[in-house]
Structure formats: C-alpha cells, structure tokens
Design a protein around this ligand. Structure first.
Ligand SMILES: [Zn+2]
Length: 236
C-alpha cells in the first residue's frame, strides 16, 4: 500500500473507533477522542475538534505529522492532540491513544487515586494498579496544558517503572482516563475495561472497606495467560 492508501485505512479505523465511544457509553457530547499513529510514514490521524459524533464523517479525520502539525484536512484537530503526540514519542510501541471522560474512571481521577488490582477482571488487562498522575501545577496548565498532560503521564510511568504495554492506561488527576493499544479498536477496548474495573473497585470498597488487592501469583496467572510469550487464553 502507498502512503495515501495507508492514511485512508487509518482514517477509517480512527473514525470507527471514535463512533464506538458514544455507542459503548464511554462518551457523552463530544468528550472524547481517538488517534492512530504510523511512524514509518510519519502520520497521526485524529478526530476533529468539537464535531458531534452524529455529524462526523470519515473525511473529517485530521492528518498530522509526528509533531502534530496538520498536513491534511480542513478541520482543527482535537484539542488533546498534543497529549497524544507526547505519549507516542515516549511510548514507542503504542499505535493508538484514546481519551474519554467515562464516569467511573473520572471518579477515581477526581479522587486522585490509583485503581488497585482487586480482581482478575482487572488483571486480565492491567498488570497491577492503574496509576493516577500528580496534579498539574499552575505553571504547567498555563504554559502548554495538553502537552504537559502528556508529560505528567510519562513522568508517572517513569517514576513507577511501569511498562505502557502491561499498563495500557492511566488516570490524569482531576481530569480522566487515557488508554492506548496496538490498534484503535484495542485502545477503545482498554478504555471499556478501565471504566468497568473502576466501577467494580468503587463498589468493592463500599462492600468491604478493608478489601485487598489480589495476590501477585493470581495477578501473574491472569495477566500472563493472556499476554506475552506464555499466553494460552483464547483460540490459536
Ligand atoms: Zn479531557
């Protein structure tokens, strides 16, 4: 495939993944965005800013270079583009980023708390707790808010020595979730899982305020039967 065919395929995938967000209940109004990167051809495709999902068309998807400069399309890219760009630069193995304000994940972000791995539903997708960043400073918000949002996520992963492939999502303090994956579809799925486990964790703490994270051997069993060289879950 040549460059324009590859970009065309990216636009379709990004468009469809964006439409999935309201369909699966992760997004209301225009609160969400999906992007995909192809580093070889130097392209990022992202949702246009503020366009209602019902009116959005494939050709509205905005194409930028790896720095986030628009190279194709007449619409303005999602205002969160700079966050996506920072994540792509730092996490070289991810191909798609999703941002939503899904309610359950936002509640944990607003509480400023990482989500503990209370069960195997969590461990099937996230190897350990889902981290929450620190609060952005006044200066960071004023200077380059969206870019600094990306940087604080990267800082959180560096400080906690987290692998973005094993922890495919994060909560930004006082804001909400970002998830990622190898494809837009996968990144949206990780967003769905994150919202579900956030909901389950909230209620788990209501039912038992002394609840504990699952032991490492169970976390390992569930994560590694689905991921990595020794995975055996699903069809061959
Ligand atoms: Zn947001």
């Amino acid at each position: 495939m040549n460059r324009s065919q590859l970009v065309g395929e990216m636009k379709k995938r990004v468009f469809e993944a964006n439409l999935l967000l309201p369909k699966v209940g992760l997004v209301k109004l225009t609160w969400g965005n999906v992007s995909e990167i192809n580093r070889e051809i130097g392209a990022i495709v992202i949702k246009p800013s503020g366009v209602p999902y019902a009116e959005m068309k494939v050709e509205d998807m905005v194409v930028t270079n790896l720095e986030g400069d628009v190279v194709e399309g007449t619409m303005k890219p999602s205002s969160d583009l700079a966050t996506h760009v920072e994540l792509y630069k730092a996490f070289s193995k991810i191909q798609s980023v999703v941002h939503t304000h899904s309610k359950n994940a936002v509640m944990w972000a607003q509480a400023g708390r990482a989500i503990p791995a209370y069960g195997t539903t969590h461990a099937d997708t996230f190897y350990g707790e889902v981290p929450c960043t620190r609060q952005l400073t006044n200066e960071e918000v004023e200077k380059a808010y969206e870019k600094e949002t990306g940087k604080v996520i990267i800082e959180t992963f560096a400080e906690n020595k987290l692998d973005p492939l094993a922890t495919p999502g994060v909560l930004v303090y006082g804001h909400g979730p970002f998830t990622w994956g190898e494809t837009p579809q996968k990144a949206v799925e990780n967003g769905i899982v994150l919202d579900e486990i956030a909901d389950m964790a909230s209620m788990t703490e209501v039912i038992n305020e002394n609840c504990q994270s699952i032991p490492d051997y169970l976390l390992d069993k569930h994560y590694f039967r689905k991921h990595g060289a020794t995975a055996y879950y699903g069809q061959k």
